[in-house]
Design a protein around this ligand. Structure first.
Ligand SMILES: NC(=O)c1ccc[n+]([C@@H]2O[C@H](COP(=O)([O-])OP(=O)(O)OC[C@H]3O[C@@H](n4cnc5c(N)ncnc54)[C@H](O)[C@@H]3O)[C@@H](O)[C@H]2O)c1
Length: 329
């Protein structure tokens, strides 16, 4: 039996509430939000009690907290939950600053509580399959990883302004995926970027189109391609080239029907966005968290993975600014 308290009842909080409710032996006992309506709506769906965030974290009826609030609130909630001795599942990014994540690591380690950084893409069945096959040696030594990750359309400018920028908000998932598939830490990061989709994004100080090259100490390479726009749906593809062959995970399409006419072959667009595309991954990541907490085993990705991805995102932002590769210790 694991009793979960959910902090933040917005887009991702609702996903996690649904995933948790579907796991046997798990109950969402409490929910909290900064506003009453989202909390009441989720309480009605889950049967949870509505509490304020502090009361939820201190509640004797909560064993683990799921943090699905905006990124700038994670730091305080992590500190409070760790001090209260709760297991923590925290949305990405853990924080916008690597130094503040280091503070969180200290408090989490001092409290000895389990912590998961919600890099859901590691749990996507196809991407997990790619990683398993790398680990089994099916394509030999990994040489070049290619990650293509494009959103269907840009978020509002108000979101861009508070997002921390494309590298920390969006590419952070791909930077974690790069570490997951390379199996080695990148030691160099080179980024280029531009605002080609919407000049307003450029005026807000961000880019909407970016490419990053990572290299590891042994010379393995990862290329990441990001765009805030793809008119054919949410474009999420991975290719791994190794000494004995190649692994490729293609897009998930809205359906598998292909039509052929004299004009050629045509398929459906890619599934629209993350809620559809990663539904199975969100369920699997929550199942992993619950199983690890119940059995007292290590959680991956943990808080250090959150820090590593953040350091790569910071290096990518610096590389773009300085126009040169950045070396990491
Ligand atoms: N892993 C993924 O695929 C994924 C997808 C989307 C969002 N996220 C992350 O999830 C987090 C939330 O994003 P979202 O899109 O769900 O945002 P959202 O705005 O839809 O929801 C956030 C909710 O938290 C509430 N809130 C704000 N401050 C609070 C506080 N101190 N205590 C309790 N509730 C509070 C808000 O009222 C809102 O209802 C962000 O860190 C984001 O980066 C991850």
């Amino acid at each position: 039996m694991l009793r979960i308290g959910l902090l933040g009842c917005g887009r991702i909080g609702q996903v996690h509430a649904r995933s948790a409710s579907q796991i046997e032996g798990v109950t969402v006992t409490a929910v909290a939000d900064a506003f009453p309506d989202p909390a009441d709506a989720l309480a009605a769906k889950t049967g949870a009690t509505v509490l304020d965030a502090d009361a939820l974290i201190e509640s004797n009826n909560v064993d683990a907290v799921v943090i699905g609030t905006p990124t700038d609130t994670h730091y305080d909630l992590i500190h409070a939950a760790a001090r209260a001795g709760k297991a923590i599942f925290c949305e990405k990014p853990v924080d916008m600053s690597a130094d503040r994540i280091r503070d969180c690591i200290k408090v989490v380690e001092a409290a000895g509580v389990p912590f998961m950084t919600a890099f859901n893409r590691r749990f996507d069945p196809n991407f997990a399959n790619v990683q398993n096959r790398i680990a089994d040696g099916e394509v030999g030594d990994v040489e070049i990883v290619t990650i293509l990750s494009r959103d269907p359309s840009p978020p509002p400018i108000s979101y861009i302004e508070s997002s921390g920028g494309l590298f920390r908000d969006m590419m952070i998932h791909d930077l974690d995926m790069a570490r997951f598939l390379l199996g080695e830490e990148p030691v160099s990061v080179y980024a280029v970027g531009a605002s080609l989709v919407d000049p307003e994004i450029g005026k807000a100080g961000d880019v909407d189109t970016a490419a990053v090259t990572l290299t590891t100490a042994s010379g393995k390479i990862c290329q990441i391609s990001n765009s805030r726009r793809a008119n054919y749906g949410y474009d999420q593809r991975i290719e791994v080239h190794g000494s004995k062959g190649m692994l490729r995970a293609e897009n998930m399409l809205e359906n598998t029907v292909e039509v052929a006419t004299e004009a050629g072959f045509r398929k459906a667009p890619a599934q629209h966005f993350f809620l559809e595309r990663y539904e199975a991954a969100y369920r699997a990541e929550m199942a992993h968290f619950v199983e690890a907490v119940n059995n007292g085993v290590d959680i991956a990705p943990g808080i250090t993975d959150g820090l590593r991805a953040q350091m790569l995102a910071d290096a990518a932002a610096s590389s773009l600014e300085q126009g040169k590769p950045i070396s990491l210790e």
